[in-house]
Design a protein around this ligand. Structure first.
Ligand code: ADP
Length: 542
């Protein structure tokens, strides 16, 4: 017997309809490439989004056509999120920090027919305009009077003209919820980027889960600032969760330095933010340097790379900002686990609680996970044994865009490429990416633990630990370190800092001090570059 409840497709447009109807006066604030602060409401957002959707349809683009963006976090990008998907087209947010060849590769692979871009990226678009094969229209996301006077870009349209060319009498089509809504590419640290095609249904289910209290905990009384870019896995779903919950949205545009972020936090009463550790390091340096305090900020989501315990401690103890550690991937829309306490942690000491928070957290309902050994046998959740982390769920990729089959799955589970432990309370802790594990004399050493210890040293700004070739042990850990400005620190002093914190044989063999550590397009350490440079370091110095 079937249930007898209404059947309504799970569509992204329904989020915007909800925000307009029930939170119409809530604000969306953006720092613009024009340099000023733009402010409007969900009512304005919904109206302009309908105009834009109508304009996109009028461009004569068919259903399911891909439309690319190269843009910062801002209200126009938000309008594109909803207009393109809501109208039955697919939004492909491209990471503008990628090399021009990779941007071209993605635009071609996605077969984008339109490319919207912020003026910051004019030089990038000029450099690829004659190379991208399928783009018919380029649209500058700017007012008419600020359009570039001369440019080599053919068919250049103005975003504001395009939007103003239509009225807002547009009804969102009742799409099938399985239809594609957005397309994101993995950052392609090795090999070409791969496309992950999210459906309306997977996006909506992910949004419900992301907003939950033990998840990102979003509500109508929040002012949310996604530092994580809208080109990095849909800003971790916050543009959707904000509409679902009626939260105020604050978009930082290109101002991702500590000073600009802090100013916006304070002027807009931001209560919650989300981003990768490298961004938070910049913010902490700024507030620490000037002795500033946050007046409204209550919590921050940190993910994308492991949150170093020293950063966690600084936010929690020095600034009263609660850290929500989260783990995910492009292939997971991105949320997999979030670190929220259980009741039994409430009475624990701050140190014990921070030890819990340093883990990547518990599975969010909708994603199941397990760890397995190299034979594929499931390992116990004892917090001791580490294995390959596999996941499955409503918003986990089943196959990559334009790739045949689901051959990469293992018995229906997606192999994440991460190595992790899971404890008896269900908290997962990433020890490494499988390709970054240090294999020393047949034993595995997790690089993240070693980095976290180095990062807790007061003179260390940033640390990465890589596998260096070793004549006796095959590989041994090598630390690559950037010191804080003006800090004096020797190799011996830093290695002595490991005493008592870790098994003696895990201690890195050597330290290389450098001025900078290479970061990829999503702010993660490019370990393969460090390996190319330093993998023979121990052989040389032996
Ligand atoms: P890419 O894999 O192309 O770099 P993603 O942004 O999808 O792009 O990265 C996902 C990976 O990032 C995960 O597989 C994991 O290795 C790492 N990651 C994400 N969040 C965390 C975290 N909180 N702690 C440790 N690693 C993380």
């Amino acid at each position: 017997m079937n249930g007898q409840m209404m059947q309504m497709p799970l569509l992204t447009s329904s989020l915007l309809v909800h925000a307009e109807r029930h939170h119409g006066d809530q604000q969306v604030v953006s720092r613009r490439v024009e340099g000023d602060i733009h402010r409007y409401t969900y009512t304005d957002l919904a109206r302009r989004t309908r105009q834009l959707a109508k304009a996109i349809v009028a461009l004569g683009l068919g259903d399911g056509v891909r439309i690319g963006t190269l843009a910062w976090n801002g209200y126009r990008h938000m309008e594109l999120y909803y207009a393109v998907s809501g109208a039955g087209r697919v939004l492909n947010t491209i990471n503008p920090r990628l090399h021009a060849d990779q941007v071209t590769y993605i635009a071609d692979h996605a077969e984008n027919q339109v490319l919207f871009f912020d003026l910051t990226f004019l030089p990038l678009v000029e450099s690829i305009a004659s190379r991208v094969k399928t783009v018919r229209h380029f649209v500058a996301m700017i007012d008419k009077d600020q359009m570039p006077a001369s440019t080599s870009i053919p068919n250049l349209l103005c975003y504001e003209d395009l939007t103003a060319s239509q009225d807002d009498q547009f009804t969102w089509p009742p799409l099938d919820e399985q239809e594609a809504a957005t397309l994101c590419y993995t950052s392609g640290t090795t090999g070409n980027p791969k496309g992950v095609l999210y459906s309306h249904r997977s996006t909506l289910l992910h949004t419900f889960a992301a907003a939950l209290p033990d998840s990102l905990n979003c509500s109508a009384s929040d002012a949310i600032l996604p530092v994580v870019p809208m080109f990095h896995v849909n800003a971790w779903g916050l543009p959707y969760a904000a509409c679902m919950t009626g939260a105020k949205l604050v978009f930082p545009g290109a101002g991702l330095d500590g000073k600009s972020l802090f100013e916006l936090f304070e002027s807009e009463g931001v209560t919650m933010a989300a981003g990768v550790p490298t961004v938070w390091q910049g913010l902490l340096n700024h507030v620490q340097g000037l002795g500033l305090k946050f007046s409204t900020m209550r919590r921050t989501v940190i993910g994308g790379s492991a949150c170093p315990p020293a950063m966690l401690r600084a936010f929690e103890e020095d600034y009263g900002v609660h850290v929500i550690h989260a783990w995910g991937m492009t292939e997971l829309s991105p949320l997999g686990t979030v670190c929220a306490f259980k009741a039994k942690h409430q009475a624990q000491t701050p140190e014990q609680r921070q030890a819990v928070q340093a883990k990547q957290g518990r599975a969010v309902f909708g994603v199941d996970m397990k760890i397995v050994n190299p034979d594929g046998d499931e390992l116990p959740c004892d917090g001791q044994q580490a294995g390959d982390l596999l996941v499955r769920g409503h918003w986990v990729v089943s196959r990559y865009f334009r790739e045949e089959g689901t051959g990469h799955l293992q018995d229906g589970w997606f192999p994440t490429g991460d190595v992790a432990k899971i404890d008896s309370d269900g908290y997962m802790q990433i020890t490494d990416r499988s390709k970054d594990v240090i294999k020393s004399g047949g034993e595995w050493i997790g690089s993240i633990d070693l980095e976290n210890i180095a990062m807790a040293h007061p003179s260390v700004m940033m640390a990465a630990c890589i596998a260096a070739k070793h004549s006796k042990w095959d590989e041994r850990p090598l630390l690559v370190v950037v010191k804080k400005p003006g800090a004096v620190l020797s190799r011996e002093e830093l290695l002595a800092f490991y005493d008592g914190k870790i098994a003696k044989w895990w201690t890195p063999d050597d330290v290389v001090f450098v001025d900078t550590i290479p970061l990829g397009a999503t702010g993660k350490v490019l370990k393969h570059r460090l390996r190319d440079q330093y993998e023979n370091h121990l052989l040389r110095s032996a």
